[in-house]
Design a protein around this ligand. Structure first.
Ligand code: CTP
Length: 405
């Protein structure tokens, strides 16, 4: 039986060309056994007809806030109560602005205010509109209130531009809705995760390190536990509390991290390399503190093994996810790393003085895999981790299903 069987999905459609794709989402939801109530805004009805959606959903489509016939059958408050989830796809910039400001001036916005059900938006708009600070501020407000944002994806737009703002494809939205209803999507899965920096000693008091705080990796560990996974966390030197339910191993150097990972990897299903592993270590570690005897000094460094690539090369190895922290062109470098290291997914982010990432509570990522990517805009690392884990879980599930068929 499908996870969506009998689930009550209120599907809101706002005005945008992507509305034509939502017609397919209605079909997929109904096929998966969901009860679908479609609510259109006036703008949406310029793009798709109530007749089509009524035929596919098997229910009269709702549009007007004060509609005597429908109010008698099921009033808008009842409809808000009926929904187990409200999904708005596409969610236009103007609709998000309306929601962020709490307006109830059309039926869909009223339902969103009046419901206790989780609210999920699939934004779709011109890339400039998406990146406009007004939209980004509304996005931040909505996220802070617990509204989930699915997408947008990056790519060619109907307006001829290229960038973030494409609505996720209907099957990706279906996956998101399924994930929402399958509590513990990763129930029973074993996840091995690296987090934090490594320290490569120079002498007993000095080391080569980096600015990784470990916050992203620890947030991921927590999000994996929430999804029902069993989590082994190999952490570099950080001062963070272990999330409950997580098995933690502390290490210092890249070599120790590699040993800890290889000792645990055979029993894991998913490996996530979130640690900022030092690429090089001093060839010789001085026994005693080095004295400043000369004007210059050189430290000879040797390469550390790439833990992620080693895990990805294991025969019958786990599903692998890496990170690429870059100071420029993150997507381009990340894609090269994904291919070179032969990993399933990579999360690219920009780091540097002005950007998110290291030493901060917020981050923005682009999650990439063979043939696709999703932009996860700037958000608190806890929130971002939840979105990442959901996407990882879905792709892991897909690979699993393909492997077992
Ligand atoms: N990684 C790893 N072991 C290493 C180096 C990196 O497991 N010795 C993993 C990181 O955890 C991360 C990914 O590889 O998931 C990307 O690491 P990064 O250092 O950014 O990439 P490199 O391949 O080392 O490339 P470069 O330093 O040239 O950017």
């Amino acid at each position: 039986m499908s996870v969506l069987s009998g689930r009550r999905v209120l599907l809101g459609i706002t005005g945008g060309i992507a509305a034509y794709k939502t017609v397919e989402l209605v079909r997929l939801l109904v096929k998966a056994g969901a009860e679908v109530q479609v609510v259109l805004t006036d703008g949406a009805s310029q793009f798709v007809t109530p007749m089509t959606l009524q035929a596919l959903s098997g229910r009269p489509v709702r549009q007007a806030l004060f509609d005597e016939a429908h109010e008698a059958a099921m009033g808008h408050i009842e409809l808000a109560r009926w929904a187990e989830i409200i999904v708005v796809a596409p969610a236009s910039a103007s609709f998000m602005a309306r929601l962020a400001n709490g307006f109830a001036d059309n039926l869909l916005a009223t339902l969103c205010l009046a419901t206790a059900a989780p609210l999920c938006l699939a934004p779709a708009m011109n890339q400039q509109m998406w990146q406009n600070p007004a939209t980004q501020q509304n996005v931040a407000v909505l996220r802070q209130r617990g509204v989930q944002l699915w997408g947008p994806a990056t790519g060619d737009q109907a307006c001829g531009e290229v960038g973030p703002g494409r609505m996720l494809e209907p099957d990706a939205l279906l996956q998101q809705i399924c994930a929402h209803f399958s509590s513990g999507l990763l129930a029973g899965a074993r996840v091995l995760l690296t987090a934090g920096p490594t320290r490569e000693p120079i002498d007993p008091v000095r080391f080569i390190g980096n600015r990784s705080s470990g916050k992203m990796g620890f947030a991921l560990a927590k999000a994996f536990v929430a999804m029902g996974a069993k989590v082994d966390l190999v952490a570099g030197p950080v001062t963070l509390e272990t999330p409950s339910g997580v098995e933690r191993t502390d290490v210092e150097t890249a070599t120790e991290m590699e040993e800890a990972v290889l000792g645990r990897v055979t029993s894991c299903d998913i490996f996530v390399g979130c640690a900022a592993v030092a690429d090089y270590r001093p060839e010789i570690v001085a026994d005693q503190k080095i004295k400043k005897n000369s004007e210059q000094m050189a430290i000879h460094l040797v390469r550390n093994n790439d833990i992620l690539a080693t895990v990805a090369a294991l025969p019958d190895g786990p599903f692998t996810v890496g990170f690429a922290a870059e100071t420029q062109s993150p997507e381009t470098y990340a894609e090269k790393k994904r291919i070179a290291k032969k990993i399933d997914m990579i999360a690219a982010n920009l780091v540097g003085a002005q950007e998110g990432g290291f030493e901060r509570d917020e981050n923005a990522l682009t999650l990439m895999w063979a043939g696709g990517q999703v932009v996860l805009p700037m958000a608190d690392k806890g929130e971002l981790a939840k979105q990442l884990v959901k996407l990882i879980a879905e792709h892991y599930e897909n690979r699993h299903t393909i492997k077992n068929t």
